[in-house]
Design a protein around this ligand. Structure first.
Ligand code: PLP
Length: 471
C-alpha cells in the first residue's frame, strides 16, 4: 500500500503534464494559459486530497484520470457563460431564457453589421452624419400606422424617456388598476418617480371611470395621461376601465398627450388563430394615442428593444432628450430589429417566419405529431423509463396573456432508478442544457418551444443523465 508521501511523489510535474500527449492534443483549440492554470489547479487539488487522507486509507494515483480531469477543467473554463439552452418548458417568452428567439435569417443581418463597418450613423446620400434611428423609423411608422417612431434599448427605457420628455415636473394621471409591476424590476410608480413626473392615482383598483380622470384634470398641472396595458394580470369580476379612445377625447379637450404603454406590442392580431386578449399597436394608434411604447422582444418576436411610435412633434422632442443618448439601441440589436420588422411587411408569412408567432399558432395536430416523434425517440432509447404523452398547456409568458393557456401535448418521462429532481438537475448539466419542468414524479417536455433539431440532443441528454446511474 503506497504511503501518502509515495502518492505525492507519483503526481506528475506540471512540465510533464504540459507535454502529455492527450493534454497537448486537447490544448490545440484552447488558450495555453487556461490549460496551464487547469493543470496547476488540478495538481493542487489532488495534492490536498492526498494530504487529507487517513494514513490507513488505501489509494492509488490514477494519472490517466488526472489527465482527464485537467482536460475537463480546461474545457469548462473555455466554455461561454452565456450559452444556448433547449427550452422544454413550453413558456414561449421565457424571460430568464432570453425571451424571443430570432428567425434564423436575422443572423446574417446581424453578423454583416457586427463584422463590418456600417451606415449606423452615416448617410450614404450626403456623405455626412446620419441618424441610427433612421434605419427603423419608416418601417415602424408604416407597420404601426404612426406618423413617426424610434427605438431605444428596452421598453422600460422607452416609458421613462416618454414620461421624462412629456411630463417632467408635472402630474401624470394613471388608473389605480394599472400601477403594475412587471418582471420584478419594472414598477410603474417607480419609473414615474425616476422620470421626474408626479404620479396621480385615479379611480380604484377594480373600477376607474372617465370622471376620475376628469377630476384629476380639473385639479390642474397634469402633463400627460398614461394608460398601461396590465400585461401580466387581469382584473376580473366587478370591474370598469376607461377605453383608450375615451381617454384620448379627454386629452384632446385639455390639450395634453395620451401615452399608451402596451408592453407586449403585438403587430398582428392573432384572433383568427384563437389567441385573443392582446391589443395590437395599430389598434392603439387608431384609437388616437399620441404615443405608444412596447417591447421588441415580447410578442413582436425581435431583439430586446423599446419601441416608441406616435406624433412626430412628440417623437422629435424625445430625440432631443439627453436620456436618449443613455438609452440608445446598439447596432447589433438595431440590425436584428430591422431584419425582424422587414418580415412583418408580409403579415401572412410573418406568422410562420417569426419563431414566437409560429410557436403561438402551432396547430395542435402538429404538436401532437411532434410529441409522438419525441416520445418514440425517447422510449426507444430509455428502456428503464416510463415515457408517455399527456394533454397539457403551454404559456405565452413574458407577462403577456396571463389567462391564455395554449393546449399542448406534453411528453412525460418517469425515471425508474433516479429521483425526478436528480434527473432534472442532470438535464440542466447537459450540453446544451435542457430546461424542463417537473410535474408530480415525471419530467415534462413541451415540444412547442423546441425545434425538431433539438430532439436528438434531448435524447442524448436523457441517455447521459440516466446512464450515470450504472457507473
Ligand atoms: C414588459 C413591460 C414593460 C417593460 O418592458 P421591457 O422591454 O422588459 O423593458 C413595460 N411595460 C409593460 C406594460 C410591460 O408589459
Amino acid at each position: 500500500m503506497p504511503s501518502k508521501s509515495d502518492l505525492l511523489r507519483l503526481i506528475p510535474k506540471v512540465d510533464d503534464l504540459i507535454n502529455n500527449e492527450k493534454i497537448t492534443e486537447a490544448a490545440q483549440s484552447m488558450c495555453r494559459q487556461v490549460v496551464l492554470e487547469s493543470i496547476r489547479e488540478q495538481v493542487d487539488e489532488t495534492r490536498k486530497k492526498i494530504l487529507l487522507m487517513e494514513e490507513s486509507e488505501t489509494a492509488e494515483l490514477d494519472v490517466g484520470r488526472l489527465v482527464d480531469e485537467i482536460i475537463a477543467r480546461a474545457l469548462g473554463k473555455n466554455e461561454m457563460s452565456l450559452k444556448r439552452v433547449i427550452n422544454a418548458t413550453g413558456v414561449i417568452l421565457h424571460t430568464n431564457l432570453g425571451r424571443a428567439p430570432l428567425n434564423a435569417g436575422v443572423k446574417d443581418a446581424v453578423w454583416e453589421i457586427a463584422e463590418n463597418y456600417s451606415t449606423l450613423e452615416y448617410s450614404i446620400g450626403t456623405g455626412s452624419r446620419g441618424s441610427r434611428y433612421d434605419h427603423v423609423q419608416g418601417l415602424i411608422a408604416k407597420l404601426a400606422g404612426a406618423e413617426a417612431a424610434f427605438a431605444v434599448n428596452n421598453n422600460a427605457a422607452a416609458v421613462l424617456l416618454v414620461l421624462s420628455t412629456l411630463a417632467k415636473g408635472c402630474k401624470v394621471a394613471v388608473s389605480r388598476g394599472e400601477l403594475v409591476e412587471i418582471g420584478g424590476s419594472f414598477r410603474v410608480p417607480e419609473i414615474m418617480e425616476q422620470s421626474g413626473a408626479r404620479l396621480v392615482e385615479v379611480g380604484s383598483t377594480n373600477k376607474t371611470r372617465i370622471s376620475d380622470y376628469r377630476k384629476a384634470m380639473e385639479e390642474g398641472d397634469v402633463g400627460a395621461l398614461l394608460k398601461v396595458h396590465t400585461s401580466n394580470y387581469k382584473i376580473v369580476g366587478f370591474t370598469e376601465e376607461v377605453e383608450l379612445a375615451e381617454l384620448v377625447k379627454l386629452g384632446e379637450e385639455y390639450g395634453i398627450p395620451v401615452i399608451h404603454d402596451l408592453g407586449s406590442g403585438a403587430l398582428i392580431d392573432l384572433g383568427k388563430y384563437g389567441i385573443s386578449g392582446e391589443p395590437t399597436v395599430q389598434e392603439s394608434m387608431l384609437s388616437g394615442a399620441d404615443v405608444v411604447c412596447f417591447s421588441g422582444d415580447k410578442l413582436l418576436g425581435g431583439p430586446q428593444a423599446g419601441i416608441i411610435a406616435g406624433k412626430k412633434s412628440l417623437i422629435d422632442k424625445m430625440k432631443k432628450n439627453p436620456l436618449t443618448r443613455a438609452f440608445r439601441i446598439d447596432k447589433l440589436s438595431l440590425a436584428a430589429l430591422e431584419a425582424t420588422l422587414r418580415l412583418y411587411l408580409d403579415p401572412d408569412s410573418a406568422v410562420s417566419s417569426i419563431p414566437v408567432l409560429s410557436m403561438m399558432t402551432m396547430p395542435i395536430e402538429t404538436i401532437e405529431a411532434r410529441s409522438a416523434t419525441l416520445c418514440s425517440l425517447l422510449a426507444g432509447k430509455l428502456q428503464n423509463c416510463d415515457v408517455f404523452v399527456e394533454d397539457g398547456h403551454s404559456q405565452v409568458g413574458g407577462g403577456a396573456m396571463p389567462l391564455q393557456n395554449l393546449p399542448s401535448k406534453i411528453v412525460n418521462i418517469k425515471p425508474a432508478k433516479l429521483t425526478v429532481q436528480e434527473l432534472e438537475t442532470r438535464l440542466r448539466g447537459s450540453k446544451p442544457p435542457v430546461i424542463a419542468r417537473i410535474h408530480k414524479d415525471h419530467v415534462c417536455l413541451d415540444v412547442r418551444t423546441m425545434r425538431d433539431e433539438d430532439f436528438p440532443l434531448v435524447a442524448s441528454a436523457f441517455e447521459e443523465a440516466l446512464g450515470k446511474i450504472w457507473e
